[in-house]
Design a protein around this ligand. Sequence first.
Ligand SMILES: [Zn+2]
Length: 253
Amino acid sequence: MKIEAVPSPNFNDRKLPVDMLVLHYTGMESGQAALDRMCDAEAEVSAHYMVWEDGRIAQMVGEDKRAWHAGVSSWQGDSDLNSRSIGIEIVNCGHEFPLVGGSLEPFPPEQIKAVIELCQGILSRWNIPPSRIVGHSDIAPLRKEDPGEHFPWKHLSKAGIGFVPNAPTEGLNLIGRGLGVTDKGEAVERLQADLKMIGYDLEITGVYDNTAQKTVMAFQRRWVQDRVSGDADMLTLRRIAQVHEAYSKGSFV
Ligand SMILES: [Zn+2]
């Protein structure tokens, strides 16, 4: 793993110990454009690392310093996530610059291999529980879509980074309508409470409002990647229950 120092002026001192890891995609036309921006004092954004498509890694900010990547965000009741997280930008055009035909640019295997090695190193240096390894869209579901539903979270989970349930869904009774916009009542309250317990910042209103819809989309980008609809269909409800159970028990197998 080759790490090149490309210092950015966009950092300050942490106010808290590190206990989170936040993954992003760059969402720009090129890695160089993203790197230039993160090193431009006027842009006031940065991350600790950026991983190129070919697996090269640039380090912009020391891990002991507070890089500026999360913005207004929240997870498991915490805010000021920049103070407690390490941020990795992964070069990818994302939703901002889709391929001709509309699909999202895939992440090359050599890039994911480098992301995994980098994350494993970070996890060996800092005490970061699996439930606090997140995507930018998890901590800011109303504003952000990165690292996107094409990011291979399952692959990372198999390498010990974050959690994706292994439990099969075949054979389960997944017949039913699920929940969606305009639904109200106790079932919606339970859904909101489960998402909140996982870490998402939302109020338990009992109404399937815009925030609930966007939060379900953020959940789907990670855990039900082939159906990012914002509707809590039966499979999505099942996955939410699985993740909720693992996070509440602290059991990630
Ligand atoms: Zn981001």
